[in-house]
Design a protein around this ligand. Structure first.
Ligand SMILES: [Fe+2]
Length: 261
């Protein structure tokens, strides 16, 4: 296991070498992208992290055009060296972490339908592209993703360990907040792709905790409604620098569970 080459994922038969078929997008797809973009973008200068806003400029997303992965990959190649890897939808955990451990961000290319504008079970590309990809130009953010994925791969045979790491992923990459110049801002993609949760997460209704690895790993999350707790980082460096602690707490919590069972 440990001597397995890091790039095994590219030879895995489950990874279909898919490409975004830009010509196949319909008028409805363009309309959906536009509506979601125009609904959310005006909120973001006051709500989103500066790093996300700088990322949006760098990747040049606009309301008129569905994100084009070929152009996006050119930008990413010149900044952090990451690339987008097209996947059909949700993929197995080992593939997911295996891709990110090789600087590939898995993304779908399909868009929700008009009747699903507000709620959707599986992430579509408005979530995967609009919400995640601007941050892929931020070096501390992608270094965190790459190395968190490396920790996950070491523990991939242990479902409890993966559950604990999923909580970190969930409350940072998907639902994380950051404090910038004394103000709360959003960097979590699950929030950024929802106008409703953007407003809610920054309000006084939910509880805001300072980033704390053990606290997050001890907290369950849900997928069918807004979170009631959010953790606030002070910087993206803080995320990256917490990796050794994530590994240490993970090993402790795995041992605690083994002692209990
Ligand atoms: Fe996501």
């Amino acid at each position: 296991m440990s001597d397995k080459a890091k790039d095994w994922v590219f030879d895995d038969p489950r990874l279909k070498k898919l490409k975004q078929d830009y010509a196949a997008y319909t008028e409805e797809d363009f309309t959906v992208w536009r509506i979601l973009f125009e609904r959310q973008m005006p909120n973001l200068p006051k709500a989103a992290s500066q790093a996300y806003l700088e990322g949006v400029d760098a990747v040049k997303f606009t309301a008129d055009r569905i994100a084009n992965f070929e152009e996006l990959n050119e930008v990413l190649a010149k900044t952090t060296g990451w690339q987008v890897e097209v996947v059909p939808g949700l993929i197995d955990d080992d593939l997911f972490f295996g891709l990110m451990n090789n600087k590939r961000f898995p993304s779908s290319t399909w868009l929700r339908k008009m009747e699903q504008l507000d709620y959707l079970e599986e992430p579509d590309m408005f979530h995967d592209a609009f919400a995640h990809m601007p941050l892929l130009v931020n070096q501390h953010y992608v270094d965190f993703l790459e190395n968190l994925s490396g920790i996950a791969l070491k523990h991939i045979e242990n479902p409890w360990a993966i559950q604990l790491l999923s909580r970190i992923y969930w409350f940072t990459i998907e639902f994380g907040l950051i404090r910038e110049n004394g103000e709360l801002r959003v960097y979590g993609a699950g929030i950024l792709s929802s106008a409703g949760e953007t407003k809610f997460s920054l309000s006084d209704e939910p509880t805001h905790f300072p980033y704390n690895v053990r606290h997050i790993m001890s907290t369950e999350y849900w997928k069918d409604r807004f979170q009631d707790k959010y953790w606030v980082i002070e910087s993206y460096e803080q995320l990256f620098e917490s990796l050794p602690e994530i590994e240490k707490v993970l090993e402790e919590m795995v041992a605690e569970k083994e002692a209990r069972d």
